[in-house]
Design a protein around this ligand. Structure first.
Ligand code: PMP
Length: 446
């Protein structure tokens, strides 16, 4: 067999994965890698966890699949209750789906159907941030503020009113406070220009992941956004597909800001990579209004799948018994200190940001002016590949259009210890030294 049929295979020398344990992954050639980014910030509890494997096997012995219009499964009922408890009752209803994009898609549809049911069908536009990432399906892609992904599909996605995302590193105003004021003013202006009575919801990632390399917002910004939604009668949707389920050192990132969304999208950490499961959570009032109008016109074959829900329950059990949410906060602050030490040592690190074990590093050509590397230099890909050569997996992304420079995410499983972080930092240090050498050679040639 030629083994070249996979559509998305990005390189001929892509290693083939063999097995994994804890924070380590091995390829079929016997090379070991530290999973410094939990795959795609997904495998929060680490690989090969016995509790999850046991729970999945037990569920498989009972039933793997049942369809929700014929039966409900006890694990789906229990997982929904557990999630509501984790929000401390801020949100009271749960709809299960299979991926982050589906969770965001479900949020869009619930918001639209809510306003149709309230006889306000004109409220069908969305406001979202640039840059941002909300998924690959047509609705979620329409909200996404990331030019290369949006551009080919602009004519067929729902689109959204794009407003600037707060940027606590590259802001132009004289202080962060003024920057937040300005971003909120621009957001309000955009809402009014689009027609406030036509807006269904404002959507944001409370802590950016792949889209912004761990950009965080401030409490005042969150409160300001909530106040705008309340003033103009639209909903606030938070996309915590990546930041949710303990990643930032709270069960949900919104809890850091004390601002509650009307709808919340969850995915990655919920199944922690063991089985695809995602969820949309919402306030009861929304679900009741939609329910009275004939029910939510939405669904997926795998919604509430027993195997997926058994996995989600076991993941939460592990998170609780191993106290991984508090470990994320504790180890996240150690990781942050170590990354800041590297930033003192290397001129190419312009900014370190994030919260808990969601930490981003922005690479710049000039630390003083914050000038990014030229796009063609592919700094994000170079540093990621240098790290992989040394057995460290990190998550890369380039932001285009001068929105930000290249960045990488350091987001290990929430089980990491100080010794694990030291190992990650040693390998990153070596990779940055090699990167510096490449930069020197390039500057010498130019
Ligand atoms: N929203 C955010 C914030 C994400 O990070 C992602 C995935 N990177 C998605 C939505 C889409 O999730 P999925 O890839 O599971 O469809």
């Amino acid at each position: 067999m030629s083994n070249n049929a996979l559509f998305y295979l990005t390189s001929d020398d892509m290693p083939v994965v063999s097995h994994a344990d804890g924070i380590y992954i091995w390829d079929t050639k016997g090379r070991r890698y530290i999973d410094g980014c939990s795959g795609a910030i997904t495998c929060n509890i680490g690989h090969n966890h016995p509790t999850v494997k046991r729970a999945m096997a037990e569920q498989l012995d009972k039933i793997a699949f049942s369809y929700r219009t014929q039966f409900e499964s006890q694990v789906a009922l229990d997982l929904a209750d557990r999630l509501v408890d984790l929000t401390d009752g801020d949100l009271d209803k749960v709809f299960f789906v299979g991926s982050g994009s589906e969770a965001v898609e479900s949020a869009i549809k619930l918001a639209v159907q809510y306003f149709v049911a309230k006889e306000q069908p004109e409220r069908c536009k969305f406001v979202s941030l640039r840059p941002s990432y909300h998924g690959s399906t047509m609705g979620a892609l329409g909200l996404t503020g990331y030019e290369p992904l949006e551009a080919p599909y602009r004519s067929i996605t729902i689109g959204s009113v794009k407003v600037p995302s707060p940027d606590l590193y590259r802001y132009k105003e004289t202080s962060i406070e003024e920057h937040i004021t300005s971003v909120l003013e621009q957001t309000e202006k955009a809402i009014l220009a689009a027609g406030a009575e036509t807006i269904a919801a404002v959507v944001l990632e409370p802590v950016g992941g792949a889209s912004t390399g761990g950009r965080i917002v401030t409490k005042r910004y969150m409160e300001g956004l909530r106040a705008l939604c309340d003033r103009y009668g639209c909903l606030l949707i938070m996309d915590e597909v990546l930041s949710g389920m303990g990643r930032t050192g709270a069960w949900f990132a919104y809890q850091h800001f004390g601002v509650v969304p009307d709808i919340l999208a969850l995915a990655k950490g919920l199944g922690s990579g063991y089985y695809p499961i995602a969820a949309m959570m919402a306030r009861k009032e929304l679900v009741d209004v939609v329910g009275r109008s004939g029910g939510f016109m939405h669904g997926h074959t795998y919604a509430g799948n027993p195997l997926a829900c058994a996995t989600g329950l076991a993941v939460i059990d592990v998170m609780e018994s191993e106290q991984l949410v508090s470990n994320s906060l504790k180890q996240g602050s150690y990781l942050r200190q170590q990354l800041e030490q590297l930033a003192l040592k290397y001129d190419c690190i312009g900014n370190v940001r994030g919260i808990g074990l969601l930490q981003g590093v922005e690479l710049v050509r000039d630390k003083t002016t914050k000038e990014p590397y030229p796009a063609a230099f592919n700094a994000f890909a170079k540093i990621t590949s240098l790290a992989k050569d040394r057995g460290l997996l990190i998550y890369p992304r380039r932001c285009l259009n001068g929105l930000a420079g290249d960045h990488v995410l350091i987001t290990p499983p929430l089980t990491v210890t100080v010794a694990d972080i030291d190992e990650i930092i040693t390998l990153l240090d070596e990779s940055l030294a090699a990167f510096g050498q490449i930069v020197l050679e390039r500057e010498a040639c130019s």
